[in-house]
Write a protein of this length. Structure first.
Length: 245
């Protein structure tokens, strides 16, 4: 049913798009019709596929690293009061900085290759994972903790058997948000400086006024984002939060 609604929504958007192009008689360099975009995709699908591979790799590695560091940092904030007092404001400040403002620094620090794009993606996804898991850990029902302490459970047992399962619901929401932004994080890194990837292809097509190719690349980016989200959502329900989400 969800897939059917998504298909119907996509068809409606394409029809609206075509109606705008036809009704305002827009030239292709302003807004190409869906047919021209599809034709450009058919002509350049091999190029688009080749440029999609680096973006997928960057998004995947950035997503995994954000999960690792985000969950680790959430545990540190939850269990160590000095870290919570001094570094929780730093976590908030990191989200107040525009990504485009710090992205050139990542190019200097990590180089022009994939490493800088992965670092930028990790930075973008770090906050939703950390904040959601930390919030879930903080909201563990108090009577669960009291009962565990009464039974002389260790801190590790309390974390593994009580707090972590109780936080899985919040963590799952943060992971879903991170999955949505992962491909865009990689593309932003490619916009700042790259010689490959969908971001590079979009900028290159725009500079050459190949707007139909640019839209075709954006369409592939949207498909990748939606596919990645549903894949992560499926994995969360099956592996991580089967009994909690």
């Amino acid at each position: 049913m969800v897939l059917l609604r998504g298909i119907i929504s996509a068809i409606v958007l394409v029809l609206i798009w075509q109606a705008i192009v036809f009704g305002f008689n827009l030239p292709p360099y302003l807004l190409p019709s869906p047919y021209l975009v599809l034709e450009s995709f058919n002509q350049n699908w091999l190029l688009i596929l080749h440029q999609s591979i680096p973006t997928v790799i960057e998004a995947g590695f950035g997503f995994v690293l954000s999960l690792f560091f985000g969950m680790l940092w959430a545990l540190a904030l939850s269990y160590f009061r000095p870290i919570r007092l001094w570094f929780l404001p730093v976590l908030l400040i990191s989200q107040a900085l525009p990504v485009f403002a710090v992205a050139p620094l990542f190019l200097i620090w990590f180089g022009y290759g994939m490493a800088s794009k992965i670092a930028i993606t990790t930075l973008m996804l770090f906050f939703p994972v950390t904040s959601s898991f930390y919030d879930g850990l903080r909201k563990t029902p108090g009577y669960y903790l009291d009962l565990a302490q009464t039974m002389n459970a260790t801190k590790w047992q309390i974390l593994w058997r009580i707090q972590a399962p109780a936080a899985f619901g919040s963590l799952g929401n943060g992971i879903r948000v991170a999955a949505t932004f992962a491909p865009m994080g990689a593309v932003i890194g490619e916009w700042v400086g790259s010689s490959e990837g969908l971001g590079f292809l979009i900028l290159n097509a725009n500079s050459r006024m190949q707007i139909d190719l640019m839209f075709a690349a954006i369409l592939v980016l949207v498909i990748l984002t939606v596919s990645f989200y549903f894949l992560i959502d499926w994995l969360i329900k099956r592996l991580l939060c089967k009994h909690y989400v």
